[in-house]
Design a protein around this ligand. Structure first.
Ligand SMILES: Nc1ncnc2c1ncn2[C@@H]1O[C@H](COP(=O)(O)OP(=O)(O)OP(=O)(O)O)[C@@H](O)[C@H]1O
Length: 257
């Protein structure tokens, strides 16, 4: 169970979703989703495959439109934003997706400098270098500066992917299955990194995962998505110390995967 919650500000809501609906044809995916993420809080979203976790993330980042409901992110009503405002908002969100999508032909340092040079003009080379060194240090990979992505392990690539989002100093991090495909030791390291990022960069985060260890270690709050709604939200213990058969079936389901 996660302890010592670092500076969560429960008076400030950074993601506020109310009555969210989304269908694709007759496939009713989200059916009345409510979710609040507070400043500095890590919220884990658990749910079986196909329950709409990725759809939720895409709606939060303005890649998909909801059918109904409100989606407020950092004080902005996302579905109402024009392209320009959406771009501004996305700059404040760090996306850590399953495939870190680093550029193979660039060194780690060049990969990290790339978003900064593209988005923040007028930075000197020294400033860019300093920013790269800072985020590499934050993810514990200072020695990888001149390496190519192909020379790194899966866990190291994941770290560099996270570093590349941190260089833009995001207010919100969205992690999509951060430990998928990693061995247990590397998964533990990534879970630790997610918490370090939360503390050091004061980020708020949504973490989508099937990995209960990841949920337990990183989540200040767990939200369980089932049949298009969050059926339960609370601490890991609130959720899993229960005789509720729906929750128990989810728990067992995970262990036999
Ligand atoms: N652009 C789209 N067009 C049509 N259907 C879609 C689209 N995006 C998602 N869906 C459908 O929405 C449902 C939820 O998909 P989603 O990818 O959000 O699931 P998920 O919970 O993230 O699953 P997993 O854990 O396997 O990644 C699925 O039935 C999927 O087929």
């Amino acid at each position: 169970m996660k302890e010592n919650k670092p500076n969560i500000n429960y008076n400030e809501v950074v993601i506020d979703i109310k009555g969210l609906y989304k269908s694709f044809g007759s496939n009713q995916v989200l059916q009345g989703v409510d979710l609040q993420v507070h400043q500095g809080e890590n919220v884990v979203v658990l749910g079986r495959s196909g329950t709409g976790k990725s759809v939720l993330i895409k709606i939060i980042s303005g890649l998909l439109y909801p059918d109904a409901g409100t989606v407020n992110v950092l004080g902005k009503e996302v579905p109402l934003l024009d392209e320009h405002a959406l771009r501004d908002l996305r700059r404040q969100i760090g996306f850590s997706f399953q495939n870190s999508a680093l550029y193979d032909s660039m060194t780690v340092g060049e990969n990290l400098a790339f978003p900064l040079k593209r988005n923040v003009r007028h930075l000197s080379n020294a400033e860019v270098r300093k920013a790269v060194e800072t985020v590499l240090d934050a993810v514990g990979l200072s020695q990888a500066l001149h390496q190519l992505p192909s020379e790194l392990s899966g866990g190291q690539r994941k770290r560099i992917g996270i570093a590349r989002t941190l260089i833009m100093t995001p207010k919100i991090m969205l992690y999509d299955e951060p430990t998928a495909g990693l061995d247990p030791i590397t998964s533990t390291e990534i879970n630790g990194l997610i918490n370090e990022v939360q503390e050091r960069y004061r980020t708020s985060a949504i973490i989508i995962t099937h990995d209960l260890t990841c949920a337990k270690t990183t989540g200040d709050k767990i939200a369980m998505l089932l049949n298009g709604k969050f059926v339960k939200q609370g601490s890991f213990d609130d959720i899993f110390n229960t005789k509720d058969p729906v929750i128990q079936s989810f728990y067992d389901y995970n262990f036999i995967q």
